[in-house]
Design a protein around this ligand. Structure first.
Ligand SMILES: *Cc1c(COP(=O)(O)O)cnc(C)c1O
Length: 351
């Protein structure tokens, strides 16, 4: 007899993208930023390495929230900082969905959503994206306690129409959480929906656009009531001292992030164009990765392993029949993408 609760015993663990121990891979598999964080971040981190580390961090991450409030022109009480946006997704599921309560999201999407629903023993309302990844009408019809919309979506990189998001927010009686992990690479986000709809939470992260995946900093924007409630559920010292120092510095140098995001968007269009010329179907991405369906003669799984042998990692979702002919490729530097394209195009020609 397992001592675990049945729903924990019955579930599989989340499998993150591979982080090889030897660093000699070109990593295009987990949507990390190819550019380093701002020099200001590194300088402030070095200056913070002293005896002050004996103290607990500020449980409210006040300095980070103050900067976020200034940057986005809203009140500090509307921001909650998380140990990565993953923590805030976790907190939201625990706050708004109890055992057997409905949580709705369309697939294919970020696999962690499904894991959170299983952890909570909640009920997943199954909705599927069409091949164009537009917002499915059944999401609104489901009217779940909690509805999750990643925008841009992963692994497609696609964005849903603004009007659709706004009418979803207006039509739901439950919470609408918009996961904007990739918004800085896109044309615009939905923060203003928070002002007009009390049920909307927007979640963002410093992992991707700010190049800080290793320090685990995410934040959410919502009404002060929602933020207060979620604050009861987060780990009290969830953002360690160094992460707070880094987040404050990163937010003091937003231009650095914006410059890198522009470079990545330019490399993304080049990658998209070249893959299309070689016969791939590439969804229109507004994120720092693209989803490419291989030409019908090519075997995506085999290409992923061949790339791996050449020390290039991309993401292959073999377990999902809808994605088994696709590769998700993170946008690296121009030189990195040149190398990827050279190998990948060679493999596709041989197929
Ligand atoms: C990367 C990612 C996250 C998690 O980001 P962290 O802030 O690093 O936890 C959340 N949502 C989506 C859709 C992502 O791709």
């Amino acid at each position: 007899m397992t001592p675990f609760l049945p729903h924990i015993a019955g579930m599989a663990g989340y499998i993150p993208g591979e982080q090889p121990a030897d660093g000699e891979y070109l990593k295009l598999n987990t949507n990390e930023n190819p550019y380093p964080p701002s020099p200001l971040v590194l300088a402030r981190l070095r200056a913070a390495l002293d005896g002050r580390l004996r103290r607990y961090p500020d449980a409210a991450a006040t300095g980070v929230r103050r900067r976020l409030a200034a940057l986005f022109g809203r009140d500090e009480e509307q921001f909650l900082v998380g140990n990565g946006s993953d923590e805030l997704l976790n907190v939201a599921v625990r706050c708004f969905a109890g055992a057997a309560d409905g949580v709705a999201f369309a697939t294919p999407t970020y696999p962690y959503y499904g894991k959170l629903v299983e952890l909570q023993d909640a009920r997943r309302v199954a909705v599927e994206f069409d091949d164009d990844f537009a917002l499915p009408a059944s999401l609104s019809a489901a009217d779940a306690r909690l509805t999750l919309v990643p925008n841009p979506n992963s692994p497609s990189g696609t964005v849903v129409a603004r009007e659709d998001l706004e009418s979803l927010a207006a039509g739901l009686s439950g919470i609408l959480l918009i996961d904007e992990a990739y918004v800085d690479f896109a044309r615009g986000g939905a923060l203003d929906l928070v002002d007009r709809h009390a049920n909307v939470i927007v979640v963002r992260t410093l992992s991707k656009s700010f190049s800080l995946a290793g320090l685990r900093i995410g934040f959410c924007v919502a009404s002060p009531e929602v933020v207060r409630g979620m604050g009861k559920v987060k780990e009290h010292y969830n953002i360690n001292t160094l992460s707070q120092v880094a987040a404050e510095a990163a937010l003091d140098d937003v231009d650095w992030m914006r410059r890198n995001a522009r470079r990545i968007a330019a490399t993304r269009s080049r990658l998209t164009g070249t893959l299309r010329v070689h016969g791939c179907h590439v969804w229109e991405s507004e994120a720092n990765f693209v989803l490419a369906r291989m030409p019908s003669s090519a075997d995506a799984g085999r290409i992923a392993s061949e790339l791996r042998r050449r020390r290039i990692l991309v993401r292959y979702f073999g377990g999902d029949p809808r994605l088994s002919d696709c590769l998700r490729i993170s946008v690296g530097t121009d030189a990195e993408i040149d190398r990827l394209l050279q190998e990948l195009c060679g493999l596709m020609r041989k197929a």
